[in-house]
Design a binder for this molecule. Structure first.
Ligand SMILES: O=P(O)(O)O[C@H]1O[C@H](CO)[C@@H](O)[C@H]1O
Ligand SMILES: Nc1nc2[nH]cnc2c(=O)[nH]1
Length: 286
């Protein structure tokens, strides 16, 4: 099966049409957008004052074929993309990111669930993503493959500063103020294509490569966001410990991932809503 993850499968006109449609539906012009990961949909559900759109009603919008697809929500302060079970393999998974850009968004907050590889990490920790390893990208599954559209960004974008230092510092400060500094970490996120969880040998390899956590999403969206000049903050909820040891009995499963998402929903919601208003303020004062 050929999985299309390439952002060039849509024309600039497709992006413009979707942008115009959405902008005609609302007079709100948020500068911040949020993409919710697995088990983090409660973030979107709990948002007050929202105007919701169903993916299938938005022209050109990629519709998830898996269970639990959720609408794109537009709030006063932020656009919020609900979680999709097939986020990592949906064709044009990055389509919404360019729509955000064309609608005037400046900062993108991405959340996901991941397995902790760093031995110091505990289940329930929130890892601020400081860098990533794009394993599918190494194998040619890259969202910027194909012809480059200069209207979005340059052919060879720099990725050494993909995750904004300023936003990470802001998140750390807010986390401490909210009393969750004790479980906020920083680390390197690795994307694998999945959908299986890692073998022990794979997990050991990722550990040797310097990965602190592993998941199956996010990097395509972040890559496209950085390409078109968005500031990015990535929050990864450590939902399980990845087995680095053959004697470990616990077996990871998706239900556990969702469960930990629920457990941390309230904290994450506070963190994300405070971040949205601080981002908004920092944009206003620039
Ligand atoms: O990355 P998100 O969507 O948060 O989901 C993570 O959790 C799922 C596995 O339980 C995988 O899809 C993995 O990528
Ligand atoms: N690949 C991968 N994705 C995850 N998402 C949540 N936990 C995990 C994990 O352990 N491995």
């Amino acid at each position: 099966v050929h999985v299309r993850v390439c952002s060039s499968c849509c024309s600039f006109e497709d992006y413009k049409l979707t942008t115009e449609w959405l902008m005609n539906q609302t007079s709100l012009r948020p500068k911040v957008a949020v993409i919710c990961g697995s088990g983090l949909g409660l973030l979107a559900d709990r948002v007050a004052n929202k105007q919701a759109f169903r993916y299938q009603d938005i022209p050109n919008f990629p519709v998830s074929t898996g269970e639990s697809h959720a609408p794109c929500r537009d709030m006063k302060a932020a656009w919020c993309l609900g979680p999709s079970r097939t986020r990592r393999v949906t064709p044009s998974v990055t389509f919404p990111v360019r729509i955000f850009k064309l609608m005037g968004v400046e900062s993108l907050l991405v959340t996901n669930a991941s397995g902790g590889i760093c031995p110091d990490f505990k289940v329930g920790d929130i890892m601020l993503i400081k860098d990533h390893i794009n394993l599918p990208g190494f194998a040619g599954q890259h969202p910027l493959c194909g012809p480059n559209d200069e209207r979005f960004g340059i052919r060879f974008p720099c990725m050494s500063d993909a995750y904004s230092k300023e936003l990470r510092a802001m998140a750390m400060d807010i986390g401490s103020e909210l009393g969750c500094g004790g479980f906020i970490r920083e680390g390197v996120y690795c994307m694998v294509s999945g959908p299986n969880f890692e073998t022990v040998a794979e997990a050991r390899m990722l550990h040797i490569l310097g990965c602190d956590s592993v998941g199956m999403s996010t990097i395509p969206e972040v890559t496209v966001a950085k390409h078109c000049g968005l500031r990015v903050l990535g929050l990864s909820l450590i939902t399980n410990k990845v087995s680095l040891d053959y004697s470990r009995e616990e077996k990871v499963n998706h239900e556990e991932v969702l469960e930990i998402g629920k457990m941390r929903a309230e904290v994450l919601q506070k963190l994300v809503t405070t971040l949205i208003s601080c981002c908004q303020q920092s944009i206003n004062t620039h």
